[in-house]
Design a protein around this ligand. Structure first.
Ligand code: ACO
Length: 324
């Protein structure tokens, strides 16, 4: 199997660090040096995750020269679905004009694209489907406490899509996934699920919004992503020096830099677009991939490692050989 089309989309509204300064006790300098972020895109009141996902998927279809009807299955990785149900993927497929194909969501936060790539690869390599549309899409601005400076500065909205197709050459080399649900409170939106259904008290306590213990999450993110990258390379019988591009989840520039140091990867091998989009959770890796591919930087035979860490806690890496 291989990737035959990529696309991405971010809502037009840009929120800069200076904009955040106007209502938060923060500074452009603090945000830039602690996170590498300068701007993020936030959806309008009218835009929801399926709208962003549909825009990214449409761009990927154009890139692949394909019609939506040629896709056999639609998967959306998101933790900000339009509704509890139906799945956002059902809405996206129908917006693309497809109302008779399977569609489902994967909800594993920032690791969603890595899990999705592994699931989609399994479906294609086992012969179940020929073509799968995999989208990472989030509108995290909708579940942000805009007055909590420790989270409001971090998250943005966006979507990235890839079209995966059965082929003689196999791009998928290996996957390494993990999860540890013993400490969900490190990074979660507690409220409005079955554990804490939404009522007035829950709303007042803002339990439906993102809460994160940043310092602890930071350390675990570096360790888990370094380990997952090492494991996936080992499974694929490859070495760190073989990597052409590392496409990491864009959670914090300092996390990415620390990983690159552990893995001995020079800057030019590490894809970083965090200054423009902030942390877009499941969308960050496919957005970064789409930008890199569309810039003409990815060549046949390049070895790409995708790696992520996020809520769950969850993490994973996929080793991928780019084929034309
Ligand atoms: N502006 C100014 N000061 C701030 C801000 C802000 N926006 N936010 C926090 N501070 C202050 C704190 O109050 C604290 O002050 P104090 O020392 O007086 O108590 C000080 O800055 C340091 O705070 P820390 O939280 O220790 O800052 P840190 O350097 O750890 O950076 C950050 C915080 C950016 C959140 C970082 O910890 C981080 O990126 N964590 C990991 C995020 C991540 O990887 N998440 C997983 C993926 S996301 C997902 O799955 C959805």
């Amino acid at each position: 199997m291989k990737i035959v089309g990529v696309g991405h989309y971010a809502p037009p509204r840009v929120v800069t660090n200076h904009d955040l300064e106007s209502w938060l006790d923060t500074t452009d300098d603090w945000i830039t040096t602690r996170t590498g972020m300068k701007r993020r895109h936030w959806a309008s009141e009218e835009e929801a995750t399926s709208d962003l996902a549909t825009a990214a998927a449409s761009a990927a279809l154009v890139h692949a020269g394909m019609r939506a009807q040629e896709i056999d299955c639609f998967i959306v990785a998101t933790v900000t679905p339009d509704y509890y149900f139906p799945a956002t993927a059902c809405l996206v497929a129908s917006k693309l004009g497809v109302t008779d194909k399977p569609a489902f969501d994967i909800g594993i936060a920032c690791s969603g694209f890595i899990y999705g790539l592994t699931v989609a690869s399994g479906l294609i390599r086992s012969g179940v489907y020929q073509r799968v549309m995999l989208i990472g899409a989030e509108t995290l601005s909708k579940i942000l406490d805009k007055h909590d400076r420790s989270t409001a500065i971090l998250f943005g909205d966006g979507a990235g899509a890839v079209i995966l197709q059965r082929s003689a050459e196999d791009s998928f080399l290996a996957s390494d996934l993990g999860a540890d649900g013993s400490r969900p409170e490190l990074l979660y939106a507690e409220g409005s699920g079955a554990r804490r259904p939404l009522d007035h008290a829950a709303l007042d306590a803002k339990v439906h919004l993102i809460h994160m213990q940043g310092r602890e999450t930071f350390k675990l993110a570096v360790q888990r992503m370094v380990d997952a990258t090492g494991s996936v390379l080992k499974k694929a019988n490859l070495a760190k020096a073989d990597v052409t591009f590392l496409v990491p989840h864009q959670a914090n520039r300092r996390i990415i830099d620390a990983m690159a140091r552990y893995l001995d990867l020079p800057d030019e091998k590490v894809v970083v677009n965090i200054s423009e989009y902030g942390n877009t959770s499941a969308a960050s890796i496919p957005m970064a991939l789409s930008e890199t591919v569309r810039a003409g930087l990815v060549k046949p035979e390049d070895l790409i490692v995708f790696v992520a860490f996020g809520g769950g806690l969850s993490w994973g890496a996929v080793a991928w050989r780019w084929t034309a």
